[in-house]
Design a protein around this ligand. Structure first.
Ligand code: PEP
Length: 252
């Protein structure tokens, strides 16, 4: 099964709207209409509108880094799926480990967001992955299984066509420590098997499973050559045009 590779840049809490537009213009100048790889930029909320304008007419898509599952109302500081759609957002990162760690996102809350994203035609990028303590305790696969099963509770086989999963070992995020290719492939294959049990092989074979955790142009080719690694969710290396473009080219 050939799955189209996807490279998503998670800018986290970096870049003003003006900085984001400058970075987007540099990226667009080289790979704006790239046809062979799906590319998604995920700026902070405050830069979404400006980056959307800079992406007009290009094939690069726009993603958000989070959203609230409620339709609207008294949720100070939150942003709904409908608000994101209004800014031409097509993807949304959900369950990132930084949200789970610093902002208390539980599997149940992440699941509500996944359901709300799908109901609003947003493609969720569901992040799953173990901490260092969990890996050392031998519970990597159990943690990943819980994140996947609970994150996708109530998602139908048809809806899975819009779901992207990102395996991000927490100990590899922003640390410079990359999972070895074998460690990453083992978990990706485990996720694919789990999806096969949950949804059947035809569905599971189509789901893109991204790797995230200190991915950069130097280690990307080896990771992306693995059978079940269908792209990358990129943090640090997405903040600079050259490294992000090179990562996209590595996925071609
Ligand atoms: C991320 O934030 O999703 C991530 C993978 O970050 P980094 O590439 O910096 O490790």
């Amino acid at each position: 099964m050939i799955r189209r590779k996807l490279i998503a840049g998670n800018w986290k809490m970096n870049k003003t709207a003006a900085d984001g537009v400058a970075l987007t213009k540099d990226i667009v100048a080289e790979i704006g209409r790239i046809g062979s790889v799906d590319v998604v930029l995920c700026p902070p909320f405050t830069a979404l509108e400006s980056v959307a304008k800079a992406l007009e007419g290009q094939s690069i898509k726009l993603g958000a880094q989070n959203m609230n599952p409620e339709k609207g109302g008294a949720f100070t500081g939150e942003v709904s799926a409908e608000m994101l759609r209004g800014l031409f957002v097509s993807h949304v990162i959900l369950g990132h480990s930084e949200r789970r760690t610093f902002f208390g996102d539980t599997d149940a809350f992440v699941n509500k967001k996944v359901i709300a994203a799908l109901a609003n035609q947003l493609k969720p990028i569901l992040c799953v992955g173990e901490t260092l303590a969990e890996r050392e305790a031998g519970s990597t696969l159990a943690v990943v299984q819980r994140h996947v099963e609970q994150g996708l509770a109530g998602v139908t086989a048809e809806q899975m066509a819009a779901v992207i999963i990102a395996y991000e070992p927490v100990w590899a995020i922003g640390t410079g420590k990359v999972a070895t290719t074998a460690q990453a492939q083992e978990v990706h294959a485990f996720i694919r098997d789990l999806l096969t049990k949950l949804y059947g092989a035809p569905v599971a074979q189509k789901v893109r499973i991204l790797y995230g955790g200190s991915m950069k142009p130097s280690n990307a080719p080896e990771l992306l050559a693995e059978k079940d690694i269908d792209g990358g969710l990129i943090g640090g290396a997405a903040l600079e045009a050259r490294s992000f473009i090179d990562l996209v080219k590595a996925a071609e």
